[in-house]
Design a protein. Structure first.
Length: 243
């Protein structure tokens, strides 16, 4: 119950800044629209491939918002007061994750409505993609919690924007990793963003061949490790901040 109340509180904090939420949703939608008006050769910018990229791009902003919220809570007296409650670190993390799920669902639905208006085929895979994207978003939320636990509110925006840049350049949403070189392609293989994109792309296009075993292993490993580290770091920061 305390965890759910904390999640409700976090959600209210997030919607207190509607302009940021509107920007976070409007920018990916604008990119989705504008790139469909430009006749760019290749498969990358086809709706069935670019829409999953836009979803991942939107998740990178979720990282930014999460890091700012966590850092803001650390800078206030909220976590100090909550530190005296019987809530565990995992309860706080779940509270942050649950508060962002409604925003993620709304964001996904708006992306797909736009994509369908632009010509994306409407089928049951869209529903499956939205569900899988919720799982994928946990990685980005965990990154946000970790960043917010490590840096101040002022620094969280700058550090969080690194994830946005990494998504843009290493996920493959704008260009294939093979266009840059083998070294860059190896970096993309080691980071989780291309794997996250391929998972969503594979579900949307009913193409299990797109999703490799490496994609599943890399994404799962990063999600589990980053989530565990974020819980540990958050707990340690709560203890040190309360001293």
């Amino acid at each position: 119950m305390r965890m759910l109340n904390f999640a409700k509180r976090n959600f209210k904090e997030l919607i207190r800044d509607p302009l940021s939420l509107i920007f976070e949703i409007a920018l990916p939608i604008f990119l989705l629209f504008i790139f469909q008006q430009i006749n760019i050769p290749g498969d990358t910018y086809k709706l069935e491939n670019f829409t999953p990229g836009i979803i991942i791009f939107g998740f990178s902003f979720i990282t930014l918002f999460t890091s700012t919220l966590v850092a803001k809570d650390r800078g206030s007296s909220l976590l100090i007061r909550l530190g005296t409650s019987p809530m565990k670190s995992s309860d706080y993390i779940l509270g942050y994750i649950l508060s962002l799920i409604p925003i993620i669902i709304i964001q996904d639905l708006l992306f797909f409505i736009t994509a369908c208006l632009l010509g994306l085929n409407i089928n049951i895979n869209i529903v499956f993609t939205v569900l899988i994207s919720i799982v994928v978003s946990i990685l980005f939320i965990s990154f946000g919690i970790l960043i917010g636990s490590l840096v101040s509110e002022k620094a969280s925006g700058g550090v969080g924007s690194i994830i946005i840049q990494l998504v843009c350049f290493t996920s493959g949403m704008y260009f294939s990793k093979d266009l840059i070189g083998k070294g860059f392609a190896k970096v993309c293989d080691l980071l989780p963003f291309e794997s996250a994109l391929n998972i969503i792309k594979g579900i949307l296009n009913n193409g299990c061949d797109i999703i490799s075993a490496r994609n599943i292993i890399v994404f799962s490993a990063y999600t589990i490790i980053v989530l565990i580290i974020s819980i540990i770091v958050f707990k340690k920061k709560m203890v040190s901040d309360n001293k």
